[in-house]
Design a protein around this ligand. Structure first.
Ligand SMILES: NC(=O)c1ccc[n+]([C@@H]2O[C@H](COP(=O)([O-])OP(=O)(O)OC[C@H]3O[C@@H](n4cnc5c(N)ncnc54)[C@H](O)[C@@H]3O)[C@@H](O)[C@H]2O)c1
Length: 330
């Protein structure tokens, strides 16, 4: 398949590009590099620096590259910023996506894989979180993703499009060979922050909330390896062959891991002690979020190859150790 990877210079997209090539597909990347890294995309992969909301530019790439399927990773992903500057999120994550879809329909590309998120559920009514739970996002970031899910349902119901919306839990880790990995600016994810604290790039790490109703008082999250997520994207291809298909999958390992457990795993991997500053809870952080991925396992044969936090952190440390300045372009 010729696959357009929108946001393919970002963290998860760049790993998916690698997996696509390894599986014998032909990835093509479109990214405006607002957050991504040119160096995350291998030499030889066609790269277009463009905004996904630019219908003419996107249509041109879809036609000239003979694209069969679009994977859409591009978005702004800072939950706090989405609360203080919501229009930025509605424009980029929702409105620009509608232009991308319009460009696809205009040139007859009808298969779409969308990066959604567990944040569409808000505070879950039940754990572990399966696809049938009520969705009630508690911030504009989650709402923009739910808005796109709803638009996709409407398009599929007309037969114009087939889609899979993949709701990731906490993406983590790096490619096994350590050549690409996580390099967000600013960084808000716990594993890279803990690695930075371990190697002295930051003095300490803040732990928000130590009095949650969880075994060690800190939040529980579900860390899923970025290459496992990538494999799920490819596993849905066959199911999108028919028109009008709409699929939703929650993707996590299903293992709840506490913030303190993550910090311990990073200490173990790096062999260094991390200074932890205990802080009050942050508003809007649910005590526990972890996936029930039985549907993906059953229907896609998807099984995470990195089921535990130690193996995931091991790959992250491998990347950070060999790339202390990330891609070095910021
Ligand atoms: N990282 C996680 O834990 C996580 C969890 C759940 C869902 N997601 C979703 O997965 C996707 C990828 O996340 P990530 O961590 O790789 O993010 P990222 O910021 O590393 O990658 C996003 C990429 O999209 C590009 N981009 C943004 N707006 C664009 C635009 N208008 N036009 C063209 N390119 C644009 C950026 O330059 C960047 O390369 C996002 O949609 C995010 O919401 C991520």
């Amino acid at each position: 398949m010729n696959v357009l990877v929108v946001g393919g210079a970002g963290y998860i997209g760049s790993h998916c590009v690698r997996q696509l090539a390894a599986a014998g597909h032909r990835p093509v990347v479109l990214d405006n590099l607002v957050y991504g890294h040119r160096g995350a995309v291998a030499e030889g992969v066609p790269f277009y620096q463009a905004n996904l909301g630019d219908e003419a530019a996107v249509a041109q790439v879809l036609k000239s590259e003979g694209i069969d399927i679009v994977m859409h990773f591009a978005a702004y992903c800072y939950v706090g910023e989405s609360v203080t500057d919501p229009i930025k999120y509605y424009l980029n994550n929702a409105a620009a996506t509608y232009h991308l879809l319009s460009a696809m329909l205009g040139v007859g590309v009808r298969r779409f894989v969308f990066s959604s998120t567990c944040a569409t559920f808000g505070v879950p009514e039940r754990l572990p979180m399966s696809e049938d739970l009520a969705q009630a996002p508690i911030n504009p970031y989650g709402q923009t993703k739910l808005d796109v899910e709803n638009a996709l349902k409407a398009l599929a119901s007309t037969g114009a499009l087939s889609f899979a919306a993949l709701r990731y839990f906490n993406a983590a880790g790096a490619s096994e060979d350590g050549s690409i990995g996580e390099d967000h600016h600013p960084e808000t994810h716990l594993i890279p922050l803990a690695v930075d604290a371990a190697v002295g790039r930051r003095p300490s790490i803040q732990l928000f909330g130590t009095d949650y109703p969880t075994p060690d008082g800190t939040c529980l999250r579900d860390y899923v390896h970025v290459d496992d997520l990538s494999r799920a994207h490819i596993a849905v291809f066959d199911r999108l062959a028919k028109p009008g298909v709409g699929l939703f999958y929650n993707l996590g390992t299903g293992t709840p891991t506490s913030n303190r457990q993550v910090i311990r795993a990073v200490e173990q991997a790096t062999g260094r002690k991390i200074t932890v500053v205990e802080c009050p809870r942050r508003p809007g952080d649910p005590p526990a979020l972890y996936a029930d991925s039985a549907k993906a396992q059953r229907e896609l044969g998807w099984k995470p190859r990195f089921p535990d936090i130690d193996s995931i952190v091991g790959t992250a440390w491998n990347w950070h150790r060999s790339h202390p300045n990330g891609y070095g372009d910021r």
